[in-house]
Design a protein around this ligand. Structure first.
Ligand code: DAT
Ligand code: MG
Length: 138
């Protein structure tokens, strides 16, 4: 099976009407959509997804942002999918993200950086299980 990764188009992407732009970039690159859903991420889901960040100073702002309106969650497939997605996303801080990347082209603020992508195969497996438990067999 090809590698799979979890992508979120965050609330700012939906609010700004950029979901098609962002998902289109992944599709044009040659990645394939496996699953997609719209959901509002509540406090519990935010804490599970961002478990590594809950003790950090920026977490309250991140949690408020990620829960403020619906997100689009996707499972995306392709060779080294997590790596390819992260490359197309650009650096976490959009002001440092390279032109040509989603964040580099379309965002300015670190919190409102439009998109999430798993940062390793292990993270992808964990995050896909959180957002798409129906895809997990056994
Ligand atoms: P990434 O989303 O690039 O994987 P991350 O996992 O380090 O980055 O952080 C998760 C999100 O938290 C990130 O997309 C935006 C926010 N964030 C990270 N570092 C931050 C900081 N120093 N100040 C404010 N928000 C931050
Ligand atoms: Mg991360």
């Amino acid at each position: 099976m090809a590698d799979r990764t979890l992508v979120l188009c965050k609330p700012d992407a939906v609010e700004r009407g950029l979901v098609g732009e962002i998902v289109g970039r992944f599709e044009r690159k040659g990645l394939r959509l496996v699953a997609i859903k719209m959901l509002t991420i509540d406090a519990d889901l935010a804490a599970r997804h961002y478990a590594e960040h809950t003790s950090k100073g920026f977490y309250p702002e991140l949690a408020a942002f990620i829960s403020r309106s619906p997100s689009i969650a996707l499972v995306i497939e392709g060779t080294e999918a997590f790596k390819v997605v992260r490359t197309l996303m650009g650096a976490t801080n959009p002001r440092e993200a390279a032109p040509g990347t989603v964040r580099g082209d379309l965002a300015i603020e670190v919190t409102e950086n439009l998109v999430h992508g798993s940062d390793s195969p292990e993270s992808a497996e964990r995050e896909i299980a959180i957002f798409f438990p129906e895809l997990i067999s056994s």
